[in-house]
Design a protein around this ligand. Sequence first.
Ligand SMILES: Cc1cc2nc3c(=O)[nH]c(=O)nc-3n(C[C@H](O)[C@H](O)[C@H](O)COP(=O)(O)OP(=O)(O)OC[C@H]3O[C@@H](n4cnc5c(N)ncnc54)[C@H](O)[C@@H]3O)c2cc1C
Length: 467
Amino acid sequence: MTETILSSSEAFAGFAGMVTVDPGDIARASTDFGHIVSASPLGVLRPRSAWEIAEAARFAGPRGVPVAARGGGYALYGQGQAGGGLVVDMAALDEVWVEEGADGARAVVGAGASWADVVRATLAEGLTPPVLTGHLGASVGGVLSEGGIGGTSHRYGSVADTVLELDVVTGAGEELTCSPDRNRDLFHAVLAGLGRCALIVRATLRLVPAPARVRRYRLYYQDQDRYFADQRRLVLDGRFDQLDGRVRPVVGDGWHRMAEAVVHLSAEEITGNRTPEGRALDERLLGDLGHDRDTQEIEDFTYQEYVHRADREERLLRATGEWRHPHPWLSLLLPEATAPALVDAILTDRAQCGLRTCGVVGIQPLRAASLGLPLLRKPSGELLYLLSLMRTAPDPSVAPAAARQLVAANRAVYERAVALGAVVLPGGALPMSPQDWRAHYGPAWPGIVRAKETHDPHRVLTPGQGL
Ligand SMILES: Cc1cc2nc3c(=O)[nH]c(=O)nc-3n(C[C@H](O)[C@H](O)[C@H](O)COP(=O)(O)OP(=O)(O)OC[C@H]3O[C@@H](n4cnc5c(N)ncnc54)[C@H](O)[C@@H]3O)c2cc1C
């Protein structure tokens, strides 16, 4: 790979940072996990310090050169791309250390570290971030800029809700530290802020003790009313540490709802599920629920195995090649009142029938009060459901139009859902107009415009979010 001094490239004459213009690096920065949108940058910066990013921002801003950070590259619709500009590959900013703070243990992590890096370092100390998303390959900066919902979010909120402090570089090229007590407005403009105002360089994360093991219950429901009644109960009484779920097609016709409920166990609580203590635990947790007893699945894991649960599927999809197919995914937060009807309407819509064969449908209950960030918009009501339509399109060489058709299907779902009070989780494969964004942010919109004018006055940061 040839590293080129940027000043040798005409486009960036005068900027002294180290940038690669190697065609392989440019090609990599022109794509993402979504494999739907592609925009080529002119160069890729590989910073080793915040100062280099600040220098790049100060260079790019006045020249109108778009700049976007790239972490794990798991964006779905070009959100981390910067056509004709500079992609800042955060990979080298991957330090992680654990320290004791005034309010307990915390991790200080470079924005380019993956969540797998973070977990490795914290588990070595018997600690864990309170919330982890289902896939640990994404970077710290990438997840914090979108929010990040995980199995414990009904309790702790989004991943971004667990951040204590951030070091950032703004679009104006300023290096700033922000927290709830220091540059508070910037802190709230950056968390779940879609990279609009600043690039995250380092984050300080709250940590909690890691459980030794977990017990996972998979509970199946044919009856939608019972499913939703149980989810309400489980979110409100908090008997499980993690809640997630899937809606799965039944052979022939119809769908089953599967609730995945996980309880964390300390070393003293470890008990096999065939022992009397294990059975007593199961009875205490499941006794009053309305699922189908005959099909329930109970399995124990170490905590480490559980947080890495997606790795096996990833290896499989990489082996089959599907990992590189287009992924027109969409996530929506549904209000409790309309969630049952909406889920039903989406799953029985003929235009969405591809979800039966080439998609995974996730459904996860959440407590609205735990999601505290101003920029992570949510529907009204006490309870919410995160509905994730994780579609995989066929290989584009076989079906070139398929991904676009599925993006159009996302758009149809979005319009139907928003009309019934749902809120989209940004980051999906969904084209949005300026009016959509304004409606999405509602009363937060004027603050967003002000923060953009202050911190990214040349409007060069993160054009791929389409905002
Ligand atoms: C298999 C899979 C499973 C997933 N599971 C979940 C899940 O359980 N819950 C959930 O909430 N999400 C989930 N996601 C979504 C994923 O967490 C987000 O797309 C996340 O933004 C990806 O992070 P990344 O580092 O790969 O980001 P990239 O693709 O590199 O970037 C994503 C966005 O973040 C911006 N960005 C990256 N780094 C920084 C930075 N340092 N500062 C500012 N902005 C930055 C980019 O410019 C871009 O706009 C999943 C995605 C995949 C592919």
